[in-house]
Design a protein around this ligand. Structure first.
Ligand SMILES: [Zn+2]
Length: 427
């Protein structure tokens, strides 16, 4: 498995947009102009170069060395070195993908088709590449963590999150994708073979570690789940101080299953009443929690009167078990109330998992592949007629992307040599 070996030397590749190939080849012959062009590009990005920890940065770079990439038809690639900390940056021009022979224009179309839900095989056919090459391309982008890329876009680490697992299949085995979403952005998309609290904790811990790496004081204030036991347990283990809420919409979907042997119109009417109850409870701000307890009791009385004592008792037991999670949602106005954005992310990823089938094997790079897909989810703009048309998830959530070209953004943000610039001072 390729993901288990730890990199000893930090990867400091930077992708630089030279506008066109001719400019790049011209600049190769003029060291000073080359350096100025790279520095101007980096300056315009609002990203910083990843110097060694001891280095205060500064703009001092010298052209360090260069080597010839034989695999890419002999394109010369330069390395630049910081004169202070001696960190070496490999400068990749925008028309070359790291470690790949595939031109970015071919990759762009294939990735867009993959993101749109076309199978790897069909994407490969329309772009004249092998399905394995496309799979490896997605995996290559997935080597950079979601947290690293999203913070490079200036997004703050999420304080309130949605967490849930997508159930899927690897060949004939059941597998699970532990997921963390905030608004339109995927912060974690993991992979486990078990649905145990231990397995989920291990996966979500990957997110937690990456987040604490970025910001040692990182704390989660609130988590919304669908109430699945393993999810709740793993969240309680990892984020002990966080408020744990249960999705209100999920409760509406569950209610009909708690009502046995009653006519369908009555079941529908009761569901509508619970919907109204949630709506009113959320309107009542300060009084919300008090009001909810009372309203839930009234609702149980109503179920007992209209659907019989057996149904009434079942709904009462269910409310008892779940109400703490609902209170948690209503107690804090900043808590998300429904997990709808997470369901949407799962639906989008679902189509691509189907694409993964041919490449599923226990020793595969599932984690990297899924992370690569998640980068596409976060960075590819919504189509013209959609809500938020032309913006990508990162922008909808208030982040900024380096350029107006999503493919170039993907290349820049997943190259290891950039880091986010320090946030401007508050107030
Ligand atoms: Zn330095």
């Amino acid at each position: 498995m390729r993901n288990t070996t730890r990199q000893t030397r930090e990867n400091r590749t930077i992708t630089v947009d030279f506008q066109n190939e001719a400019t790049y080849f011209h600049l190769l012959g003029d060291g000073k102009a080359f350096l100025e062009c790279v520095l101007a590009f980096v300056l315009a990005l609002s990203l910083q170069l990843k110097h060694k920890a001891t280095c205060c940065g500064g703009g001092c770079l010298t052209r360090h060395s260069h080597y010839v990439r034989v695999r890419l038809g002999g394109v010369t690639i330069w390395r630049l070195q910081c004169t202070t900390c001696r960190a070496v940056f490999t400068v990749l021009p925008h028309f070359i993908l790291r470690y790949r022979q595939m031109p970015p224009e071919v990759a762009r179309n294939a990735l867009l088709a993959t993101h749109g839900g076309l199978s790897l095989e069909l994407c490969a056919v329309i772009c004249h590449i092998s399905p394995m090459a496309l799979y490896r391309l997605v995996c290559a982008f997935g080597q950079q963590s979601l947290v690293a890329v999203l913070t490079r876009c200036g997004l703050p680490l999420p304080i309130y999150i949605l967490a849930d697992e997508k159930h899927s299949h690897c060949l004939r085995e059941k597998v699970y994708l532990p997921t963390i979403v905030q608004g339109r952005v995927l912060w974690h998309l993991g992979y486990t073979a078990e649905a145990s609290a231990t397995a989920f904790t291990k996966s979500y811990q990957g997110y937690q570690r990456a987040a604490i790496d970025q910001e040692p004081s990182y704390r989660v204030k609130g988590v919304l789940t669908d109430g699945f036991d393993s999810t709740t347990k793993s969240m309680r283990t990892l984020f002990p101080g966080a408020r744990l809420g249960t999705c209100l919409r999920h409760a509406l979907l569950k209610l009909p299953k708690k009502l046995a042997a009653i006519p369908s119109p009555l079941r529908k009417a009761l569901r509508t009443q619970l919907h109204t109850l949630w709506y009113r409870a959320r309107q009542r701000k300060g009084l919300r929690v008090f009001a909810l307890g009372q309203r839930l009791r009234h609702f149980v009385d109503h179920v007992t009167a209209t659907a019989g004592p057996a149904n009434g008792a079942r709904v009462r037991r269910w409310f008892q078990a779940k109400k703490a999670g609902w209170y948690a949602v209503l107690e804090d106005p900043q808590m998300p109330a429904t997990s709808t954005p997470l369901d949407q992310a799962h639906n989008t990823i679902e189509r691509k998992l189907f694409a993964m089938k041919g490449f599923h094997h226990p020793g595969g790079s599932q984690a990297a592949f899924l992370t690569g897909l998640a980068h596409l989810y976060n960075l590819i703009p919504y189509q013209r007629r959609a809500k938020n048309a032309g913006l990508c998830g990162v922008e909808v959530e208030g982040g900024r992307v380096p350029t107006s070209d999503w493919m170039l953004n993907l290349q820049i943000l997943t190259s290891g040599g950039y880091q986010c610039a320090p946030a401007p001072p508050h107030h």
